[in-house]
Design a protein. Sequence first.
Length: 148
Amino acid sequence: MNQISRHLPPSLKSAIDEAVHALHQRVPAAIGCVVATVDGRLVSQVVDNGADPQRIAAMIGSMVALGETIGREVRIDRSEYVVVNALNGILLAQRVPGRRALFVVSTLARTTTNLGLLLHETRTTAAAIGETVDAWLDHYQAATAAAS
């Protein structure tokens, strides 16, 4: 894992926090939203049901990686997202797209939620976070090059 994901700059952390809170507001039956690094470090969270966000963060990176591996192994290509449909809720997790693919976003919702809405809103948030991270990286690299 590189330095950026270990020590997020405040401006990037704030943008990710805003995206997580907005996702939580847009999904009516959401009971949690978590962003983590792919190696399981908690980045941002809103969790309403008492679940431990640190534990969720530790698991979602592995879930997404396992889904991607299974997709390749069974010859259906790389998995885009993983869904856990349990008796009392749904968890959807997907990798945040971007040049570095450093993060995973997950949304936890009640079973009354529309899975299509959950997928759409989680994907939209993941894409927005990916664009924000890529823009920050571009700015950081340009500033570093200018300083050299």
